[in-house]
Design a protein around this ligand. Structure first.
Ligand SMILES: *Cc1c(COP(=O)(O)O)cnc(C)c1O
Length: 357
């Protein structure tokens, strides 16, 4: 049975978007390919509120996360983590031979701007990574406060993982002075997986030019130079099918209107939180609760595995907790093209299964 996905990626994808992936191929060195990338870039610049260049990579979001830390760290990276995806960025640095220190908050906590200030004031670091929306815990970092600290250190390259927030929450890249802002196709943008997307500042590219051993496939400089000098084409063959779908989806997003889209996400989040507070407890402090997914404390001692099995029979899927939180929490994603009615339907079915009313 087909299940409607309320998991934090891959998300439900509209049939009309899936159909766009069946568009006949074009040459990746054709004028049409250049136009496709240019159109996508213009629309993504609006979505990210930036003048910066846009890069795509045929990889998942992790691809450009790895590229950012590898290509733009010359001395040492400060990796701030509030969960599994923050930890991943540290692992990426280390496995690429990049010097990096991990500053990890307690599970469920945020990245404290004061700590960022303390760490950067040592002068040891020339790159910092921050997770905007930590999908493993459902915590959303106060990006503006963190940005206000980072801007005191103009030589530090500021990289932000907005994989599970971009497209569902407003992220104003230029205002926040983010050098590299990364997302994936299969989360709040509402597409199938397979594309990594980032905004990149000229400053970050210039910095990368001075870094040796940037690798080949995920070299930000080679991607950037190809886009700039080769009329918006890539060094190797990009995922054109997903690019057709992305171009189309960005039109849909602009038709909905960015503010309407963010408001819809906010409404779904508030509804889910209220439901969670009535029937369970929120895992995150409400002030920092994610807008694209809600992590709920399993206070009823329900088997999350059994619940999901029962939901599956009725055509729905939610997520268990991540890692050590597997049975202690469960996660309901409310991102991309889902709406309040979808959530109401899901939550009613959960109430029926658990006999709560
Ligand atoms: C999903 C996710 C990632 C990893 O993205 P992939 O596209 O699976 O590589 C990284 N960070 C966050 C916050 C995520 O939610």
């Amino acid at each position: 049975m087909r299940k409607k996905l309320f998991i934090p990626g891959p998300v439900e994808v509209k049939q009309e978007i899936l159909n766009k992936m069946a568009t006949p191929m074009i040459g990746h060195r054709s004028k049409e390919a250049s136009k496709l990338q240019r159109d996508i870039s213009d629309k993504l610049r609006k979505l990210f509120y930036t003048e910066n260049e846009i890069l795509l990579s045929t990889s998942s979001g992790s691809g450009l996360m790895e590229a950012a830390v590898r290509c733009c760290t010359k001395n040492r990276a400060a990796v701030f983590s509030i969960g599994s995806f923050g930890d991943r960025w540290h692992e990426m640095a280390r496995s690429n031979g990049i010097e990096a220190d991990l500053f990890k908050s307690e599970t469920g906590g945020i990245t404290e701007p004061e700590i960022v200030d303390e760490v950067l004031s040592t002068g040891k670091y020339d790159l910092i990574t921050v997770t905007h929306n930590e999908t493993s815990t459902g915590v959303m970092n106060p990006l503006e406060e963190i940005s206000n600290v980072v801007r005191k250190y103009p030589d530090v390259i500021f990289c932000v993982d907005t994989v599970s927030s971009a497209g569902g929450v407003k992220v104003e890249v230029d205002k926040l002075k983010i050098d590299i802002c990364i997302t994936s196709s299969q989360k709040a943008l509402g597409l199938p997986p397979g594309l990594s997307i980032c905004t990149v500042s000229e400053r970050a590219v210039e910095k990368a030019r001075g870094v040796k051993n940037r690798g080949y496939y995920l070299d930000l400089v080679s991607l950037y130079d190809a886009i700039k000098k080769k009329d918006y084409q890539y060094p190797s063959t990009p995922n054109l099918s997903l690019m057709f779908a992305l171009d189309y989806q960005l039109d849909r997003i602009m038709q909905e209107g960015l503010d309407n889209r963010f408001k819809r996400h906010q409404e779904m989040a508030e509804y889910t939180r209220e439901w969670a507070k009535r029937n369970f407890e929120l895992f995150a402090e409400e002030k920092y609760a994610s807008v694209t997914l809600t992590t709920i404390k399993n206070t009823r001692g329900t088997s999350v595995k059994d619940l999901n099995e029962e939901l599956g029979k009725k055509g729905f899927a939610i997520s268990n907790g991540y890692g050590e939180l597997k049975e202690k929490t469960f996660r309901i994603a409310h991102m991309a093209d889902l709406d309040l009615n979808d959530l109401k339907e899901l939550l009613t079915v959960i109430e029926e299964i658990l006999s709560i009313s």
